[in-house]
Design a protein around this ligand. Sequence first.
Ligand code: AMP
Length: 508
Amino acid sequence: MPENHNLYARFHKIFTDRLDKTLLVTDNGDEWRYADVDSSAARLAGLLAQSGVKPGDRVSVQAAKSPALLCLYLACLRGGFVFHPLNPAYQAAELDYFFSDAEPAVVVCDDATLDVIGPLAKQLSIPRLFTLAQDGSGTLMELARDADADLASAYRDRHDMATLLYSSGTTGKPKGIVLTHNNLYVGARALVQAWGFTEDDILLHALPIYHIHGLFVALGCVLLSGGAMRWLPAFNTEKVVALLPDCTTMMGVPTYYTRLLGNKDFTRETAAHIRLFISGSAPLPAPTFHAFEDRTGQRILERYGMTETNMNTSNPLRGARKPGSVGLPLPGVEIRICDCAGAALPTGAIGNIQVRGENVFREYWRRPEQTQDDFTQDGFFNTGDLGVLDEDGYLSIVGRSKDLIISGGLNVYPAEVERVLNGLDGVSEATVIGIPHADFGEAVVAVLVPRPNASPQEDTIIAATKQKLAGYKAPKRVVFVDELPRNAMGKVQKNVLRREYQHLLLQQ
Ligand code: AMP
């Protein structure tokens, strides 16, 4: 019998020695042991199989984060069904798009959205619909109680699809990203090794689980090392502060760390039991890195990845963690920086980040041309991120290629300007966008959130930037806002800002 690459089978090897151990404790104090999760996953897989779902079929799920949802993810892996999680914020038109594209054999949704999803599922002829609420109630868990628990992990080839997640779609329609059982296994194994996860670790899990960060990075590290979790349905600063002394590791988007710093109860003592704070999914501003070190004595470890590739680089567990850098390639990952024509660039040159390795996704779901466009002849994936490698091989990200600003024919990398702005007095956070300009084609506009009780002035900001950067990189205008538009993963939605301020410079 050839090797079974089913990720659940890999996890299961770890579970069997730990069945009576705690896997997670929720904020209500509910405890789920490895045995509880394993048996729920088995019954859920049994239920889906009995209902006629076959390996390779998609299971589209829009439900609140809960231990039952985690079990459903594991059940899909176990049965060889393709887990397709959806952000609970998606509305009817978005769901219509995802269901039409994914063509699921099953939809799982919250009771509260049944009036929208029920008719939609009928209209799209989706054969099965179950409900699952945050407290685990609903038809899914109810029916699973009596289902067959004997279904073994389905045989899966290394190239078989495990999950379908969609790109965030800030340009054009979201694309389905096909991740295989092997992609996910290799990705999680590299992180366990790089970050030293063991069965003694307790991870503070406050991330959503419809996105790779909470789903593959966080859960992958815990399930493959046999550790445990303190589980929150969402990030809540007070709850995190209260739970940190019970944990050994925390993963978060940068916003989590800025929010912690904004809470006076978050002290050196609160953080003392944590051996590793990890940040990713969006750039961690250097001032946050430094303020965090001043407060806690700990240097946040920043890493870089994307849905298409899992994790690519990480600052080291032992060794220098450089603020503003996303670190070194992870084991098994090759990184190179290329120009627009695809030629490799030397150390210190800014260019497109390309990635190759077993972590990289198989293809875009039913979009062969797009897949072909985004891979090079020699098998590297073009990430669409712009970056630069330093003398020590550390990568820094300078923006997305689509966010690159070309002003009067000169390239302006937003991250460089944002770094300067974030370091200015009175600035809490800043982002930089390119706006149509009659003369320069595009010009730099800064959108700033002032610090509480500060009122920075536009001309002072522009003058201060010009002291540190060439004039063409300085903003032509500065707009002040109360907060930046961000998605749930903490990424600034530059497309929203570009749309809002598109006429700002043309009116002048
Ligand atoms: P997603 O597929 O939603 O995880 O988004 C992936 C994108 O997030 C990457 O292509 C980067 O543009 C961005 N990203 C992830 N981690 C970082 C990081 N540490 N610093 C800057 N950008 C990041």
